[in-house]
Design a protein around this ligand. Structure first.
Ligand code: PLP
Length: 365
């Protein structure tokens, strides 16, 4: 890629084989239906690689996401999994894109939804708030009803004629398989209070990938823990689990190649930063990516030293949160490949200060 493009702007390199193996790991290991959380990386190159690897179900939060998927893949199934929508969007999803799965987390949210869809033809998930200390970001602080309110919400969904189902999300960057087991236990207890059983339980996303300094157990351990916990769930025959992985499907499938623009002692300035592909580093969670430095078509090895790495904008906070170990003689014009940047990179980059790259390329074996 470097030899053929000699890039001046950041390049986002998609690795289809890695996306395929992440998808395969999930599709074969997770005991249920796998929905890709589109917000993690909605770039068409990434979407196409995941589709080619067998992903057919999509967790969407907006009509725009649904339109993007539904117009690209005729046989894709989109799930409108947000309790907050623009007026008319549930109706458009139902009428124009065949969406039959929706979400609500309160009485007003159900009423709002029922005005837009034909409930008898839909599944409506009640979202329950659960959290676990091993999650980096607690998604339950925004959405979800407390477990003791969930039975009434499910009853209300059933009365509407829709099929009631349960959903929760333990967090993002979840580091412990126990988080899912715990949430499934809470779900079992909540569902056992109902006079009926549900068929579908959506356990959300949050499955992690390792980064330097952010070690996590392999996904297989999460799947084992989920398999064990789900035995206690009171499900109807034909019952199924759903998961909404974002990061764990796309993180390993991309690397970001930046160019050194300026060096001052132990500070380097590169062409992408916190307003571009590295915006996620602002939040709690991993702070590093694996790095490789290239010069004239070869890797630059040798003794390393920690560098402060600044992005290209004028904002002084446009700086990677931790120093990065790089070869001591790194210089202007060298390229740095940051690996495992597929999640929450492209989907949130901005053109702040005029810096923006649309260079997404496929790097294939
Ligand atoms: C963000 C989100 C996901 C994906 O989360 P990851 O941590 O990337 O797996 C799944 N479901 C919901 C409801 C989300 O908000």
């Amino acid at each position: 890629m470097l030899a053929s493009l000699e890039p001046v702007a950041p390049v986002y390199c998609v690795h289809p084989e890695r996306l395929a193996s992440a998808a395969d790991e999930f599709l074969t290991g997770f005991p249920g239906r796998v929905l890709y959380a589109v917000k993690a990386n909605n770039d068409p190159t990434v979407l196409d690689a995941l589709y080619a690897a067998g992903i057919r179900h999509y967790d969407c939060a907006s009509l725009r996401e649904i339109e993007a998927i539904a117009t690209r893949y005729a046989d894709a199934k989109c799930y409108f999994m947000s309790p907050v929508r623009f007026p008319g969007d549930a109706a458009a999803a139902f009428d124009s894109h065949g969406v039959r799965h929706f979400m609500a987390d309160s009485e007003p949210a159900i009423a709002d939804l029922l005005g837009e869809i034909d409930a008898a033809r839909c599944v409506v998930f009640a979202r329950m708030a659960v959290s676990h200390e091993s999650a980096v970001e607690d998604l339950s602080s925004k959405y979800g009803a407390p477990p003791d309110e969930v039975p009434a919400i499910l009853e209300r969904i059933r009365e509407s004629g829709a099929e009631p189902a349960l959903a929760f999300n333990v967090g993002s960057g979840v580091r412990s398989p126990a988080a899912y087991a715990h949430a499934i236990d809470v779900a079992s207890e909540t569902l056992s209070q109902l006079p009926f059983k549900v068929r579908l339980i959506d356990i959300g996303g949050g499955f992690p990938r390792p980064y330097p300094g952010f070690e996590v157990p392999p996904l297989a351990e999460f799947f084992t823990s989920i398999r064990e916990a789900m035995q206690a769930l009171p499900l109807t025959t034909g019952g199924e689990l759903l998961a909404e992985p974002g990061r764990s499907l796309c993180a390993t499938g991309m690397s970001t190649v930046v160019r050194v623009l300026l060096r001052k002692h132990d500070r380097i300035y590169v062409n992408d930063g916190m307003y571009g592909g590295f915006w996620e580093l602002r939040f709690d969670g991993h702070k590093q990516h694996p790095v490789t430095v290239y010069r004239n078509g070869k890797t630059l090895d040798g003794a390393v030293t920690p560098f402060v790495v600044f992005g290209p904008t004028c904002d002084s906070t446009d700086r990677l949160p931790e120093r990065v170990s790089l070869p001591q003689d790194i210089a202007v014009g060298d390229h740095i490949a940051f690996d495992c940047t597929g999640a929450y990179s492209l989907s949130g980059r901005t053109d702040f200060n005029g810096f923006y790259s649309d260079a997404v390329v496929t790097v294939s074996r």
